[in-house]
Design a protein around this ligand. Structure first.
Ligand code: N7H
Length: 515
């Protein structure tokens, strides 16, 4: 079957007023925006103001106008669409890109300035294969990026069951190696996002085709900012010197890791690798489509109440779920609120990240004490804080998480039968300057490794992957920390993904991407 082009797929739509449709300077288009393109739930720390970020950037030599807008802002998009594409004619692509797309790419400066935010923000990133197609043969010095996510998964490095092509595993679009890049559109409404997408379809006519697309959205009502299992997400992202903070000292929110910009942005202080000059201010983007079996997860949690005296059965089950994650649904960390949820704590970014698993200001956490938080809890596995000793213990393994939930709410029938019949999950996105130290390290060396952070800790019960084999987890039961819980269902299922490079504005304007 012939694969449709962008033109065929989306039609002409708003092409006559492309700039007006998603332009940043058009006040009439701003008026038509129903709401902001970003959500602002209480649990997630707010972004720095443009003034503060600009001052921090100036003192760190960072140019926020050179950085694409999605890289540093975290998990706060209202609606987002990922359009994965394949390039059929590189020369026309470069010409069309320069003329029609480049002016619409949204920068970090624009995102930080609410009155100047576009009606829909647009970012672009390329796979290693896409760069080669555009004639960019430079070695970006990241072997995972060069190999691609499919290759790394096939080598068994991500814990995804093999072969990836078996039914129910990787989507054929990800396992087929045809993805050259991804467009990331964010907005407040489907209509505004659709307008942007229509414009893009026109721009890419005759030079690219859509391979796959995935639409995400913040969950409705008071669940905005919560992923599909119901837990507040996006609370703990690192503070970046030159964006959130001017100096190496205090982060704006207690408990936040402070990282040099080069841990996320290539070519900046803290990037430990040698890179081609043009990659400066770009970042590697790890995309994973992670399906979540929510009714099954709820059934498992409800079937495992922890026998803690003084709690109702429901509270005992909620405690079990919270200890799997390391946070309560409100966002309150179990380390600070070890028995029941505390919504006030969860909603306060000055308090909800202010812990390091050590008591009384100790530099290292007690390696025998899981009473407040299991070593295996998702947030402890993925950022062990003072479980690892040293002044900046987890340095070089930080990522900026920027994903969004996708799929509908659980239906009454799904809840009743404890069986998922609809497709939902997390469109996981992380930015880092080094995939082997960022996403891939966290997934492989920490979450999938039953002997991290201590021998016998077990898998991360949320994302730890064991090639679909049962996963053993210790420490979940605070009444019996040596009890092993065996989880036979993967509540988070990888449906594939890809590694991309998100170039700077200067790079996108150069002849590498524009002609
Ligand atoms: Fe995770 N969840 O609902 O359980 N995550 N995560 N994650 N995650 C976090 O602190 C979740 C995934 C990290 O600094 C929270 O923002 C789900 C992958 C890191 O203390 C919650 C999925 C990877 C942190 C979830 C998923 C990570 C973190 C608490 C998949 C990396 C910060 C809210 C469907 C390989 C840790 C918060 C810190 C936090 C959930 C995926 C990493 C609720 C459901 C694939 C580094």
């Amino acid at each position: 079957m012939k694969t449709p082009s962008f033109y065929t797929l989306f039609g002409l739509g708003l092409c006559a007023q492309i700039a007006a449709a998603i332009g940043v300077e058009d006040s009439s288009s701003l008026e038509r925006r129903a709401d902001d393109i970003l959500i602002d739930p209480a649990a997630i720390p707010s972004l720095p103001s443009l003034d503060k970020a600009s001052a921090a950037a100036a003192s760190n030599g960072l140019n926020l106008s050179n950085i694409q807008g999605d890289l540093l802002i975290g998990m706060r998009k209202n609606k987002e669409q990922f359009v994965f594409f394949s390039i059929s004619n590189p020369l026309i692509f470069k010409k069309q890109f320069k003329k029609n797309v480049l002016p619409l790419i949204t920068t970090t400066t624009q995102i930080l300035n609410p009155p100047r935010r576009p009606k829909a923000s647009l970012n672009i990133a390329f796979s290693s294969r896409g760069l080669v197609k555009l004639g960019i043969a430079d070695n970006l010095n990241d072997t995972a990026f060069t190999a691609g996510m499919r290759n790394q998964a096939e080598l068994g490095l991500l814990g995804d069951p093999l072969p990836l092509t078996d039914p129910g595993r990787w989507k054929p679009e990800f396992s087929g190696s045809t993805i050259d890049g991804v467009l990331i559109i964010a907005s407040d409404t489907d209509t505004n996002m659709g307008g942007c997408r229509d414009a893009i379809s026109k721009l890419f006519a005759n030079c690219a085709k859509q391979v796959y697309s995935l639409s995400g959205a913040a969950r409705p009502g008071n669940q905005a900012g919560h992923e599909h299992f119901g837990y507040a997400d996006g609370i703990s992202n690192p503070a970046i010197q030159g964006f959130d903070t001017a100096s190496k000292g205090q982060p704006p929110f207690p408990g936040q890791a402070v990282v040099p910009p080069g841990e996320i942005l290539l070519g900046n202080t803290g990037d430990r690798n040698t890179r081609p000059d043009w990659t400066k201010d770009g970042s590697f983007l790890a995309f994973r489509q992670l399906k979540q079996l929510v009714p099954e997860f709820n059934q498992f949690v409800n079937a495992n109440p922890l026998p803690v005296k003084g709690l109702t059965k429901q509270q005992q089950s909620d405690l079990f779920g919270a200890r799997m994650v390391g946070r309560w649904k409100s966002g309150a960390p179990v380390f600070l609120s070890p028995r029941v949820d505390n919504a006030t704590l969860g909603a306060d970014p000055m308090l909800n990240n202010d812990f390091n698993y050590a008591l009384n200001g100790a530099a290292q956490a007690d390696p025998t004490d899981q009473s407040r938080c299991p070593f295996s809890a998702h947030i402890r596995k993925t950022r062990p804080r003072a479980d690892l000793n040293g002044s900046d213990p987890n340095s070089n393994h930080h990522i900026v998480r920027a994903g969004i939930p996708y799929g509908p709410e659980v239906t009454a029938a799904e809840a009743r039968t404890s069986k998922s019949t609809k497709d939902r999950g997390l469109a996981f996105v992380s930015y880092q300057s080094n995939l082997l130290a960022g996403f891939q390290f966290i997934q492989r060396i920490w979450a999938n490794n039953p002997n991290f952070v201590h021998p016998g800790t077990g898998f991360d019960p949320i994302i730890g992957a064991n090639s679909s084999q049962p996963r053993q987890v210790k420490g979940l039961d605070l009444t019996n920390p040596n009890r092993t819980v065996t989880i036979t269902t993967d509540f988070v299922v990888s449906e594939g993904g890809e590694y991309f490079f998100s170039p700077s504005m200067a790079a996108l304007s150069s002849s590498r991407f524009s002609a």
